[in-house]
Design a protein around this ligand. Structure first.
Ligand code: SF4
Length: 763
């Protein structure tokens, strides 16, 4: 990519671009970033799919190829800005190693074949399994990067065609805790806040959220507020001295796995110093007595011993949060992938409930997503949830779906909680899941304990189907590989972390014989002959727009109501937030402005869990609490992580992202600028640990856990002593060779940030 057509300077060296400062309550100035050749013939509306921020952009097309991107100035999410991944990542579409034809395994080798032959092989195996073993023999493991229309179609196939409870997304690895914490606190998934709250907040509290790296454009918005009039205070909780932490007024360098102790101490201070809005709490919440009792045992001095943050800093954080009049909190993987994930995420919700700071400009919480379309995986039921945030435990919700799909209610799995991803893989390992269908994700690099995952994929059973645009580490181990269209080569909608829905139009044709994931699912449904109760096709839609209309109907009356949206309305728009209905035709900026929550037993998505054990609350127990539209203040005591450093493995491993890459680099690794910026894995060590190990910056080091080892270059940084950081994007040298098979008891999200390791200099 040449210099021409590039607006915004060198965005590898300066990922956030020039500052456009603005003051509290003002509009964030537009700044259009562009990376495109001179020869753009037309621009096609879309949004970026390389993180959960969902920046609106136009795709530049020339000669039938994508030749660049340009931020959309009128988009509510980014006001024209794009970050490095958005500016350069589109080049993956024209990578020379795109899959062009289906592959099937013959004689141990993957060989090219036609669509009919590949689909016949899948359908033949599916029919045999359905006839002899039933729906429970099928496992579906999908993505956070497809479109709503695709997830909804997959959900209907899985839940009403096959009838399997074994369907989840890689969203289990990134946002299962976000969803669960929202359900546990408010009764239902859905972000209370909006990115526009950055414009109004007087205090930003970022917990385990390295926004400077994970959502570069949102960080630009925060930085612009910080450089303008009335800048918001910034408090950051992170074990690493990230760019986010370095900007903070107060950086709490928490020891990995101890977020809960820290957050309990902050709440202790809010109670002690009279910073709780008692009237609001009494009117709108349940559980304050239990919470107050529990956090009374967590004075800052006790928490300091556990989490390594000085008591004075904990007090100062509580003072800042307690004095805020417009508090915006965000949470991400530093909480979700760590010890006691859901319990800790709920404590951040608690802060807002205790202070009555929800639903007003600048007041809210964003339990962030990691992936661009993770929200849709959850909403449409392609993960462990039922479509439309319905509650598997509520018979009326099952009846609604049975009526909508015109199927016997007993076809829809609801006899137990939907199977979470780690359990689906366990069933595949044990042999009861005999067909595993992986779409748009690369578990052979992204799941924990990779040696085990490879063994499952390499075994004769399950029969593995992979849908992907590239021959990923996972696809190489499949029995059938189906080549897919990427973003820009298909049409669909997706929803970002603040409920903003975008339409992404097809700009170019997919290469070779690649097809959209939607076309593949529709073809499978047709070939399998799935029918409704009247013998009509179960899947009644045939293209993206008709699929969206079907999904809209499913969302009607639910908290994520899409019925006011449509392709025509989304065309030309700058993103519209759900719920969008006849009563709210322009969408809804903030949830819970009236202090009422979707916690009624008839409405809620979940009846709640014990945060320590994950034990489910029964419908009867839930009803007995008479939530009546009130939110839940959730109390939880600190417990150490299941694996902590010891004499043999004395350091704590935490994994995470590079600013320049997304997930397993399937796309960003094929964008030259991004790959050059971060070509290989590394291990961050503190100066004290490096000195003790005799390691210098740049030395090769072997990082080893009880499960595996990687050899990478050392970087000596200001990371907390005792902690080692390895980015998870790379293979070989994948951080997940080291991680353990363990998960949060409530959200079932794997613990990627709590393995014990040892480090030694190589050679
Ligand atoms: S912040 Fe995220 S959505 Fe926006 S351009 Fe960067 S990668 Fe894309």
């Amino acid at each position: 990519m040449g210099e021409h057509g590039s607006r915004g300077g060198d965005r590898i060296a300066d990922p956030w671009g020039v500052r456009t400062p603005y003051g509290a309550g003002q509009a964030w100035p537009a700044r259009v970033d562009e990376q495109a050749g001179h020869d753009v013939e037309r621009w096609v509306q879309s949004a970026c799919v390389l993180c959960s921020n969902g920046c609106g952009l136009d795709i530049g097309v020339a000669g039938g190829r994508i030749v660049g991107v340009r931020g959309r100035a009128g988009d509510r999410v980014n006001h024209g800005r794009l970050g490095p991944k958005g500016l350069y990542g589109w080049q993956a579409n024209s990578a020379p190693d795109r899959l062009l034809r289906p592959l099937v395994r013959d004689g141990g080798e993957l060989v090219e074949t036609g669509w009919d032959q590949a689909m016949d092989r899948i359908v033949e195996r599916s029919r045999a399994l359905l006839d002899t073993k039933g729906g429970g023999a099928f496992g579906f493991y999908t993505s956070g990067q497809l479109f709503s229309e695709e997830y909804y179609t997959l959900a209907v196939i899985g839940k009403a065609g096959i009838g399997t409870p074994h369907m989840d997304g890689n969203t289990r690895l990134c946002t299962a805790t976000a969803a669960q914490a929202l359900k546990e606190s408010f009764g239902c998934d859905g972000q209370p806040a909006s990115y526009a709250d950055v414009d109004h907040a007087d205090t930003l509290f970022l917990v385990g959220h390295n926004v400077a790296a994970t959502q570069t454009v949102l960080w630009s918005r925060m930085l612009d507020r910080r450089r303008g009039a009335d800048p918001p205070a910034l408090v950051v909780v992170d074990p690493r001295p990230t760019a986010t932490a370095r900007e903070a007024d107060l950086h709490l360098a928490v020891r990995g796995g101890t977020n809960l102790a820290l957050l309990n101490a902050i709440q202790h201070e809010l109670f002690t110093n009279g910073r709780v809005d008692r009237d609001w709490v009494a009117a709108h919440t349940l559980g304050v007595e239990e919470l107050e009792r529990l956090v009374a045992d967590w004075p800052p001095e006790r928490a300091a011993e556990v989490c390594g943050v000085p008591a004075g800093q904990i007090r100062e954080a509580a003072r800042v949060v307690g004095a805020a009049e417009r508090l915006l909190s965000t949470v991400l993987q530093g909480v979700y992938q760590s010890n006691q994930a859901t319990a800790a995420a709920c404590q951040v919700n608690n802060l807002h409930l205790l202070r009555g700071m929800l639903g007003r400009p600048g007041c809210g919480v964003l339990q962030m997503n990691g992936q661009p379309t993770a929200q849709n995986t959850r909403e449409c039921g392609a993960d462990g949830d039922l479509p439309g945030f319905r509650n598997w435990h509520n018979p009326a919700h099952i009846d609604e779906l049975a009526e909508l799909w015109n199927v016997d209610r007993m076809t829809i799995p609801h006899w137990a909680p939907p199977t979470h991803a780690m359990q689906i893989w366990r069933y595949a390992e044990q042999g009861s899941v005999k067909l595993l269908w992986v779409s748009g994700t690369n578990p052979a690099v992204s799941l924990p304990e990779l040696a085990r995952v490879r063994a499952i994929l390499e075994a004769t059973e399950p029969f593995v189907v992979v849908q992907d645009a590239f021959l990923t580490e996972t696809a190489r181990l499949a029995d059938v590989v189906l080549p897919t269209a990427l973003w820009g080569e298909k049409t669909g909608t997706f929803t970002n972390a603040d409920r903003t829905v975008h339409l992404s139009e097809r700009a170019v044709d997919p290469p070779g014989e690649a097809r959209s994931d939607l076309d593949i699912f529709l073809d499978y449904a047709r070939r399998m002959g799935f029918q409704d109760a009247d013998g009509a096709p179960l899947v009644k839609w045939h293209d993206p727009e008709s699929a969206f209309e079907a999904w809209k109907a499913c969302s009607r009356g639910r908290p994520c109501d899409y019925t006011g949206l449509g392709y025509a309305k989304l065309r030309g728009a700058g993103g519209i937030q759900w719920p969008c209905t006849g009563d709210a035709p322009d969408g809804t900026e903030r949830l819970y402005a009236d202090g009422r929550f979707p916690s009624e037993p008839e409405v809620c998505e979940d009846y709640g869990h014990d945060l320590a054990t994950g034990a489910e609350q029964s419908p009867q127990e839930y009803r007995a609490r008479q939530p009546g539209g009130r939110a839940f203040l959730r109390a939880a005591d600190y417990q150490p992580a299941p694996e902590v450093p010891d004499d043999d493995y004395p350091l704590l491993l935490t994994t995470g992202r590079s600013l320049y890459h997304f997930h397993t680099r399937t796309k960003t690794g094929r964008a030259p600028e991004l790959q050059r910026a971060a070509p290989e894995a590394w291990a961050e060590l503190s100066a004290a640990d490096a000195a003790q190990l005799g390691v210098e910056d740049g030395d090769r080091v072997r990082v080893e856990s009880r499960r595996g080892a990687v050899v990478v270059a050392a970087r000596v940084t200001g990371i907390a002593p005792g902690t080692v950081f390895v980015p998870f994007h790379y293979a070989p040298q994948a951080a997940n060779e080291l991680t353990l098979t363990a998960w949060d008891p409530v959200s079932k999200q794997p613990l990627y940030k709590t393995a014990a390791v040892r480090v030694a200099r190589e050679g």
